[in-house]
Write a protein of this length. Sequence first.
Length: 355
Amino acid sequence: MTTNIVNLTTIPSENLKNELYDAVEILKKGGLVAFPTETVYGLGGDATNPDAARKIFEAKGRPSDNPLIIHVSEPSDADDYTYTNEIYYKLADRFMPGPLTVILKSKENIPLATRGGLDTVAVRCPINEIARCLIKEFGKPIAAPSANLSGSPSPTSARHVIDDLLGRVDMIIDGRECEIGLESTIVKIEDDDSITLLRPGKITVDELACVAPVKVASAVTEDLKIGEIAISPGMKYRHYAPKSPLILLNGENSDIFRYILSDENESKAVLCYDEDIALYEKSLVNTDLYAFGAREDISEQAKHLFAILREVDKKNFDVIYAPVPSKDGIGLALYNRMIRAAAHTIINLKEGRNG
Ligand code: TXA
Ligand code: MG
């Protein structure tokens, strides 16, 4: 398949509608268009067309029981495809358009292929103007998982999408680097009007708690137990794991530094904070350093994580080390992605506790 790459990075907002004409035509014919959102790039198809959904699963190499998010251009468009409720609208008032996905009971016009056979469907209204204009012009929801091959880190630039999906989709829209860089916060509204957090993202537990009581699903921070059923099918799949083993180090900076210094592996990669680069460069041999942001700037670290994991994966290392992020605020999202990339391997360098 020929993939048409369209660069919209410098197109003014008022011209977007015209520029997206071809993309809309592709979607109408059941084809696939990868597009930017504020979180990560999405691999879009007509959410109401089961054949388009099947093509998405095939292009990504994704198991077909892992459901897709449907993207709408207005929060109220969800009424046509799902059974919305008061809590949905409270969440929408505060956080939509934006990086929040809400699981709701589906109506019949979203085919089972899109929702992975479930009776619920995930709804998101992105704020990225290319994404929003594309959905609006298409006139129906766009089903879109992250536009990466299954198992590789989500794409935060068009380059990543091209690396994974060239020849597998009809069009890739280049719309610059994603501002957030981690996928949306996913919540489920329970029958008692409480909220369960299924996937952490930029919208934090504290922010959600302003709307309704929040419970954090255990799989956000823990590995699924053997035999445990995932409340979100995506939780059960291994994610973003680099080829070389990633090990997270938990401890003070000085402990982490000493540990890496004493490591005897032939080749290693270290993800570190900007402030640590100078010291690490001076002291470590056979080590590739990847700075992912200032120590206190978790948003910046979040924005760069996936791009760095892709960079690291271009080489073979005996081991990759990274510090364990805090679980506070948006840190929980970073923590969740990093423990998955590390397959839950954490070495605890703090005294008196076992990792
Ligand atoms: O930021 C994002 O959410 C991006 C952009 C493109 O919007 N999309 C994204 O989609 O990350 P995806 O498919 O890579 O991740 C969606 C997750 C999956 O883990 C899936 O299992 C879960 O949402 N999910 C989808 N529908 C669900 C449902 N009905 N119930 C529970 N989990 C669901
Ligand atoms: Mg994904």
